[in-house]
Design a protein around this ligand. Structure first.
Ligand SMILES: Cc1ncc(COP(=O)(O)O)c(C=O)c1O
Length: 380
């Protein structure tokens, strides 16, 4: 099946009990057994729930994976991956990482004895040099949040294989519509489903997909044992959201391009970070591994002035100033004081997260209204 067909039908079947075309919300914690161990495939909803299972199968289908697992949030999914490790094990990751991922790595798992190294993943050599005999996981995020850097998934996959590492890719920004990391050599793909997959800013959820039997077994064990699963109502909402993922992503990408080009020519804008520009440092890699460039971009306001940037982000009328991304409505964020406040100022400035940086999640509204809104805020 092609992507749009899989988004709608992958892993989803009419309800066997009633023929309902939409997977029902199985709002139940437990399932009656005829005799101990004799049941219809479900025993207890932490372990498995039919609505969640339909979504897990759907996610596996659109990521070309064998297995899918849903969690209560993106961070709960990340938590499950790191719980595969033991004290003394090490993770090598990008230095331009979502702030919450950096926080769970350094504030939750480092004190428990897991080691983390953050390097520039634009350079295979730098990653190779960081790998030690303790390294077990290579963790990449691409495009990165908020600097829109691109990591070469195929090159990292080759390195991970050579060194015997589990290679995990956070595919939240790209979505499976734009890129499929498992096809490029990744072992696990992680999603903050909260974003484009849900797509309507009404659910917090995470997911993992893999085609590796051994990894899947470990992750299902952790999912059930730690218990951070998603509920049936949320699973239903995301199933519905994914049915339009391909259409939404098409429009997000179209609007993203129009706004990146508009901002680049604006006199009040300094730099625009968008991987679709031919002079973006990783444009060739982006073109190779992505089908389009999506709706995420960042830019700096001229003068690198904190107060001025605050004024701009507070003046939007169509864009909403809010955390998160990937919904149908356009959002603007100020990473230094919002999503990335957990990262020390010296650390974040090294990667370009200046006080004047604004991140946009370009929605699927009419692009002329979005452009007009940005223009009036920048001219304030
Ligand atoms: C790239 C990325 N990864 C992971 C997460 C964490 O996901 P959640 O907020 O669903 O826990 C986010 C959230 O913003 C994100 O942007």
């Amino acid at each position: 099946m092609k992507f749009g067909t899989k988004a709608i039908h992958g892993g989803v079947h009419p309800d066997p009990a009633t023929g309902a075309i939409m997977t029902p919300i199985y709002q139940t914690s437990t399932y009656v057994q005829e005799e101990p161990g004799k049941h219809k495939g479900f025993e207890y909803s932490r372990t498995g729930n039919p609505t969640r299972k339909a979504l897990e199968d759907n996610l596996a289908a659109i990521e070309n994976a064998k297995y899918g697992l849903c969690f209560g949030s993106g961070l709960a999914a990340i938590d499950a991956v790191i719980k595969m490790l033991r004290p003394g094990d090490e993770v090598v990751s990008t230095n331009d990482l979502y702030g919450g991922t950096y926080r769970i790595f350094t504030k939750i798992f480092e004190p428990l004895g897991i080691k983390f190294k953050f390097v520039d993943m634009g350079s295979v050599e730098e990653v190779r040099n960081a790998i030690s005999s303790d390294t077990k996981i290579l963790w990449a995020e691409t495009p990165t949040n908020p600097m829109l850097n691109i990591v070469d998934i195929e090159a990292m996959g080759v390195l991970a294989k050579e060194k015997g590492l589990t290679f995990c890719v956070d595919n939240t920004f790209a979505t499976p519509y734009l890129q499929n990391p498992l096809d490029l050599g990744a072992d696990i793909v992680m999603h903050s489903v909260t974003k484009y997959l849900g797509g309507h800013s009404d659910v917090v959820m995470g997911a993992l997909v893999t085609s590796n039997d051994e990894i899947a077994e470990q992750l299902y064990f952790i999912q059930n044992s730690s218990g951070a699963v998603s509920g049936p109502m949320d699973s239903f909402l995301v199933l519905r959201g994914i049915k339009t993922l391909h259409i939404r992503m098409q429009r997000h990408s179209e609007n993203g391009r129009a706004i990146a080009e508009f901002l680049r020519s604006h006199p009040e804008v300094d730099k625009v970070y968008w991987p679709g520009f031919e002079d973006h440092p990783n444009h060739e890699v982006a073109k190779k591994q992505m089908r389009d460039f999506g709706g995420m971009l960042s830019f700096t306001v001229k003068g690198n002035d904190f107060a001025r940037t605050m004024k701009v982000v507070s003046s939007f009328k169509v864009f909403s100033l809010a955390e998160s991304l990937g919904g149908v409505e356009s959002l603007a964020g100020h990473p230094a004081s919002m999503t990335h406040a957990a990262i020390p100022k010296e650390e974040r400035e090294k990667t370009g997260v200046l006080d004047s940086l604004i991140r946009l999640s370009v929605g699927i509204e009419d692009k002329d209204d979005l452009i007009e809104d940005l223009d009036q805020a920048l001219r304030k």
